[in-house]
Design a protein around this ligand. Structure first.
Ligand SMILES: Cc1cc2nc3c(=O)[nH]c(=O)nc-3n(C[C@H](O)[C@H](O)[C@H](O)COP(=O)(O)OP(=O)(O)OC[C@H]3O[C@@H](n4cnc5c(N)ncnc54)[C@H](O)[C@@H]3O)c2cc1C
Length: 464
């Protein structure tokens, strides 16, 4: 039984229609968890507005009734930031029906979208107009642009093209009173008022609800070259990463897969990966001039060879490249298939510290007798140590938790950060003070209280 009164259910129905309000146990259960390995919490009600006027009214009504509010796009986040708050009358506001692309401006290179537009569908739509929306998280086939902004999602192209925040030009969001707040614009430059879109990036549903986003588009590159470099020593792979950057070549993709990951992906996909290698790098260079791209690719090959690469295989054509890139995209699903539970971490270190981080993760795996595969965005130091385990095995899971704590400790000691792109949510909130300090946490709480006096927006997430 939902803990929301029948009268209040009716009020929500009168705003969004009966078919967009979910109160049965089975329906609510579907929104009690996300992609993080955390305990589910049942919301009392799930409401799915279909336009921004409805969104404003739903937020206002929920806030007036003291309902803890969790906004949800597709629920693919990995930090528990869409698990409803524990209070009995929690509401999930679903934004996936606010899914219209409102404008694609080919002259001024921007688009206006609703927050529930699916990332890959948006990218494919703008690609038809020969434009590029670069942020490409591994979850892009499902994730929403609103979720991407709230988590500042990155992707394979982040090294050269940046992450979601680099493409956000403006937005409208709903505050706790149900008012529509507008900030940023369709212009390249805009300093009118505070930079509220900047504040909303990475806010993880704690400051307000996005209703509309203005995002930047760029012309696509005219040429690209992709390759796989195979190494027998992880340090050599790392030196190659440093060497490429030191040569002032900025590949659009510079991804790393370690031996455990290679073995697991190969077992799942039979993609022909070198399972006896210590690590591989997947590298792509692109640009506006074919010859420049050829030259960069040749230099990257030379650097990899100088650093000791066993071989560097150039992708013959787009299909060959896609096959290699599919192997990278299959890393998480393959590791996830290996055991019932997958704990995916997001520790990020300065690029030069990748060998130290990978070595530490391997030591931690040995110490706690765990199987950990590490892959990630070598070009930006964003690694994903992934622990394959079974949550039902309580003894093993205690070791997993201890290993995760140590992974964070090492990342911070190496001047890194808790999360490069997956967010803090519930999973990492207890670590916030350790990376920053108490004053920073207090400042964040004050900001939050100013924008959400009753502390109802995603309570228990990000800042405790
Ligand atoms: C297989 C897999 C691969 C992944 N790969 C990547 C990757 O390469 N890079 C990366 O960065 N992440 C990755 N992720 C994590 C995740 O997909 C991203 O964080 C993504 O941005 C979440 O989008 P979503 O629509 O699912 O958001 P949700 O999970 O629904 O929500 C995420 C956060 O956004 C908030 N939110 C959603 N919509 C709104 C809104 N309209 N207004 C205000 N707040 C809102 C929610 O409250 C929540 O705090 C991956 C996840 C999986 C499962």
């Amino acid at each position: 039984m939902t803990k929301v009164s029948a009268a209040l259910v009716k009020e929500f129905q009168s705003i969004v229609s009966e078919q967009n309000v979910f109160v049965s146990e089975a329906e609510r259960m579907a929104y009690s968890y996300d992609a993080a390995v955390l305990e589910p919490v049942m919301p009392a009600i799930v409401v799915a507005p279909t336009d921004k006027e409805q969104l404003c009214k739903v937020v206002k009504l929920a806030y007036e009734n003291d309902m803890p509010i969790t906004v949800r796009g597709s629920g693919t986040n990995l930090s528990g930031c869409t698990i409803p708050s524990a209070e009995g009358n929690a509401i999930v506001i679903l934004t996936n029906r606010l899914n219209r692309i409102l404008e694609i401006n080919e002259q001024d290179l921007y688009a206006v979208v609703e927050p529930g537009v699916v990332t890959a569908q948006f990218a494919a739509t703008v690609a038809q107009k020969n434009l590029l929306y670069p942020p490409d998280p591994g979850s892009q086939a499902v994730s929403t642009l609103g979720g991407n902004v709230a988590c500042n999602a990155g992707g394979l192209r982040a090294l050269k093209y940046g992450v979601t925040k680099d493409y956000l030009m403006g937005m409208e969001f709903v505050d706790y009173n149900g008012n529509l707040i507008k900030s940023g614009s369709r212009t390249v430059k805009c300093v009118t008022g505070y930079n509220m879109p900047g504040m909303m990036v990475s806010s993880e549903g704690t400051l307000g609800v996005f209703a509309e986003l203005i995002v930047k588009l760029v012309p696509p590159p005219k040429a690209s070259k992709a390759m796989m470099a195979i190494f027998d020593d992880i340090n050599q792979a790392s030196e190659a990463v440093a060497g490429i950057i030191a040569a002032h070549i900025v590949p659009c993709t510079l991804e790393f897969l370690d031996q455990v990951t290679l073995e697991t992906v190969e077992a799942a996909t039979k993609a022909g990966l070198p399972v006896d290698a210590a690590a591989i790098l997947l590298i792509e260079v692109d640009g506006g001039h074919v010859q420049m791209v050829e030259d960069d690719a040749a230099e990257v090959v030379a650097i990899c060879q100088k650093c000791g690469a066993r071989s560097v295989d150039m992708a013959k054509d787009a299909a060959h490249k896609n096959k290699l890139w599919e192997a990278r995209r299959a890393a998480l699903p393959s590791l996830a298939r290996a055991k019932p539970t997958t704990v995916l971490e997001d520790a990020t270190v300065p690029r030069s510290q990748i060998p130290a981080m990978v070595a530490a993760v391997n030591d931690i795996a040995k110490k706690y007798a765990l199987r950990i595969g590490t892959f990630g965005h070598a070009g930006d130091g964003n690694l994903h140590p992934t622990i394959m385990c079974d949550r039902r095995d309580k003894e093993e899971f205690k070791r997993v938790e201890a290993a995760v704590d140590e992974i964070f400790d090492v990342a911070l000691k190496l001047q890194g950060t808790l999360s490069g792109e997956h967010g803090i949510g519930i999973a990492k909130a207890k670590w916030m003070e350790k990376e920053t300090n108490k004053a920073t946490v207090d400042f964040s709480k004050n900001l939050r209280r100013a924008l959400d006096p009753k502390y109802l927006f995603n309570a228990g997430k990000k800042v405790l």
